[in-house]
Design a binder for this molecule. Sequence first.
Ligand SMILES: [Zn+2]
Length: 171
Amino acid sequence: MAFINENEKFCTKCGTAYQIREMEGEGQVQFCPSCNEYHFPVFNTACSMIVRDPKTKKILLIKQYGRDSYILVAGYVNRGEDAEVAVAREILEETGLEAQKIEFNRSSYFERSNTLMLNWTVWVKDASALHTNKEVDSYCWFTEDEAKKNIRENSLAERFLLYYLNKEEWK
Ligand SMILES: [Zn+2]
C-alpha cells in the first residue's frame, strides 16, 4: 500500500516539498522533512441520510439549492466530530427531527468534491416535529417505491437509495 496524493506535492502546513518515505506497516507515505511528519492524503468526509419515519416507514426526500429534484439530507463532518454525531446534528439542523436509531449502509468516494460520502439510515423519533430550515426548499415523505421514482436520477443519492432498498450489489 502507498499513501501518495499526486495533487499534493507540498506540505499543507508549511509548503515544503514532500518526500516519499517508507512508513513501517503502511508502505510509502508522503513525508514533510521540516515538520518531521508523515502526511496521509487529505479529503473531506460527508454523510448522507435515508431518513425514515418508524410509524409510516416513509422516507424523507428534500429539494435544495433551487433544483427541481429530490435528494437525501446530507452534510459535512466537522474536524473532531464523530460521523454518527454529524448525522444527528445535520438532521436536526436541516429538518428539526431527532434521530432515534442510526445505521450505517455503505460509503462511496465522490471525486468531484474530493469527499468520502458515508450513507446512513436514520429512524427519527417523531416525524411530526419536522420543520425545515432555509437550506431546504421543500420536502416530501415518500413510500419506498415512490422514493425510488422521485430521487434525482443518476445521482449518488439514487445509488445509495437503490442499494439500500433493493439489497443489490453495489454498482
Ligand atoms: Zn511541513
